[in-house]
Design a protein around this ligand. Sequence first.
Ligand SMILES: C[S@@+](CC[C@H](N)C(=O)[O-])C[C@H]1O[C@@H](n2cnc3c(N)ncnc32)[C@H](O)[C@@H]1O
Length: 247
Amino acid sequence: MRFEICTLFPEFFHSFFTTGLVARAVDNGILSYAIHNLRLHGEGRYRSVDDAPFGGGAGMLLKYDVIRKSLEATGERPVIHLTPRGRVLNTSMAKRLASLPGVTLLCGHYEGIDQRILDRAVGMEVSIGDYVLGGGETPAQVLIETIARHLPGFLTEASLEAESFESGLLEHDQFTRPREADGVPVPGVLVEGDPKRIAAWQRENALWRTWRRRPDLFARQTLADCDFDAIHGKIVTHFSIRPQETP
Ligand SMILES: C[S@@+](CC[C@H](N)C(=O)[O-])C[C@H]1O[C@@H](n2cnc3c(N)ncnc32)[C@H](O)[C@@H]1O
C-alpha cells in the first residue's frame, strides 16, 4: 500500500519509517511512501504557508493554494485529512482503508486549513481521539501503523487475532518469566499447560477487563451464556465490595 504524506515537517517521519515493523514492511515492499513538503508550495521570499483567519480568532491557517498545489503533486488518491473534527479511528475503519492501493494523508498545523480546499479535495477526515495535538504528523503515523497492521504480511495472523479489539474485547492479561515476581505468582492455570483451561482463563480475563474498563465495548458484544457465567462471580463480588460504584 502506498502512502503519500503532505506535511510541513517531513523530518517527523524519518525514524517512523526506518524503525521496527514499519521499516521491515517498507523493506519487504508491503508499504511504500513519499513525503511532500508543504513548504515547497509556500509563497514569497519566505515561502509563507499560512495566514490569519477571516473573522478573527487565534492562530493561523494553512492557505488554500499551498494545500492545492501539494495535493496536485501527489496524484490521484483518496485524500485523508487528519483532524480532531474527523471520524474517530478504530479497527474496522483501519481494515477498510487497508483494502485500498494507496491514500494521501494531509497533516494540518497551526489552527487548521482553509475549509474551501478541504471541501474540494478531501474525501475523508480522521481523528485519532478526542484531544488536540499541535500537528497532524503524529496522527498520520498512528493511522499508517494502524492500517499497516492489517496489510498481508505485516504481522502473523496469530498475533493479530489475539490483539485487543479484534474480537471486540480487550486482550487478556499476559505474563512472562519469572513465575513469581516480588511474591506475586503467575496464575496457575497458565503454567499447567492445559490448552482448553488456558483458553477459558484468557476468555474470562478478556471479558472481565472489558466489562470493567470499556463497558461501551462490552455492551456491543453478542455474548454466549457461558461468557456471562464466566464472569458472573466476579461481577457479584465487585458490587458487594463497592456497592456504590456503577460500571
Ligand atoms: C492545533 S490542531 C488544530 C485544531 C483545530 N483548531 C480544532 O480545534 O479542531 C493542528 C493540527 O493538528 C492535527 N491534529 C490535532 N489533533 C488531532 C487529532 N486528535 N486527530 C487528528 N489530527 C489532529 C490536525 O491536522 C490539525 O489541523
